[in-house]
Design a protein around this ligand. Sequence first.
Ligand code: SAM
Ligand code: SF4
Ligand code: SF4
Length: 360
Amino acid sequence: MTTAETTAWLDRFGRRLGELRVSVTDRCNFRCRYCMPKEYFGHNHEFVPRDQILNFEEIVRVVGVLQAAGLSKVRITGGEPLLRHQVSHLISMLKGAANLEIAMTTNGVLLPKHALGLRAAGLDRLTVSLDALDGASFRRITDSPFSPSDVLSGISAAQQAGFESIKVNCVVQRGLNENQILPLVEYFRNTGHSLRFIEYMDTGQTNGWSLADVVTASEILKEIETRYPLEPVARTSESQTAQEYRLIDGSIVIGIVASVSHPFCRGCTRARLTSKGELYTCLFGQNRLDIRALIRSGCSNEQLGSQLRRVWSARDDRYSETRTSGSGSSARQSAPQLIIASRLHRKILTQPQEMSYLGG
Ligand code: SAM
Ligand code: SF4
Ligand code: SF4
């Protein structure tokens, strides 16, 4: 038996703590309309001051305590994680301190500068977000001075640095980029990379989400199958966020994250740590533990562990499932419930850009 098996913490639905998503910064060099629209994250927005952001030692300490509770994976995210000064150093510290899989989600444009350092530091996996190959669509979505070729250069740099199989994420929004699904499949076939199409989620007060803008998993699949026949790939774990399919010619694996139409709370083993050190047990959760306050008040690892254990053991989050329950699992069938729940979510979400949406 491994240490993780002997000590794993279980929440009220028997879900173990498996993954921690660590936001290392609340800043970003994009202003994606669905995440950090300029109206809210413009010149006047107050980002978290540097001294209030968890430092690397503090992050490593939290991860160490959670590893003893069964944590097996850390995903570094943000904001844009490559904006965090010396983020590669954090990765080598984490790899040195704990035997964990370390992954990162990035918008990719700074990868030409950082890919080699990330690889040398021991980063295991890389996910790059790319919502469109068409320049005009990309600019409309990201509201940034960058272009798809900047992201593609980042992906090439990462590949050259040794990241052979990169996951490319695309959030699909109706009327904005559903026409990019087939070009993305075409582009990434036979590259060794995989694609993940993600249903657009309601993530806070600021993105103006509407159910009508969600392109559902079944619509995404239908679109791909107009040109490329698919076969499902068996799930390897209950905590997997994407249902995977393979093109029958074997040229690429495509994951679909159906957070809205087919929520997957029962397999959710993720906790989230914001850049200023608040731990959340759910993307939509209200309960948070102020880890920074605990650490900076001088608590021991044992005290930190018992606080974290208390929070995980009390966890009964399943917001995405609750909002569709009793109405079937299709987003189209459950519009009123989704809308009511979304209003509720808007009230309770506090830091949308930092919550790394995959899994909500
Ligand atoms: N800046 C990095 C990036 O964009 O990859 C990491 C942080 S970003 C918040 C993490 C992921 O969340 C990205 O793949 C992004 O597309 C996705 N995301 C952001 N807002 C979303 C939304 N409203 N619905 C679904 N996914 C969303
Ligand atoms: Fe930045 Fe990522 Fe949010 Fe886009 S999705 S604004 S790149 S944090
Ligand atoms: Fe996990 Fe999302 Fe369900 Fe919350 S709503 S429990 S983050 S899958």
